[in-house]
Design a protein. Sequence first.
Length: 165
Amino acid sequence: MKQHWEILIAILDEMLALYRAILTLSQEKRTILVAADGQKLEQITKQEELLILQAGKLENQRGKAISEIGAFFGLAPAEINISKLKEFADNDIAKRLEELAERFDKVFAELESINEINTKLIKQALVFVNYNINMLAQSTTSPTYAPEGKSGQTGNSRNWVDRKV
């Protein structure tokens, strides 16, 4: 049984390292958003996607490890969580699980805070882009109305799609 606990802790350690890497990338993303560097933002986003895929794989492994431990103690899958598992673990394992839970809480709280800031920065950038598009559209259009017999449109006007993508 100890081997199952060790596997679970190893998976949780690896997941924590991944989430810390995602946190670091999110912090870098904030700087990139402020600098409005599209190329670096794309690179960071690709790195985040890879880390999230890895985290998903580890999540599957974690679920399997927890299910095996829960099954050993006769727990239904819906009942299994770290708090419940700590009740069945020896003191050393329970302490390690508690420390990991605290670290996860800290990383997730920081991620949530940074993601809120990044979301606001992205929304501000979108407003700025839309404003610029509107300014460009206005500067390239001519009056619609003209004296009788003359067209209000010039041959140089452009059509712009009025929708957000």
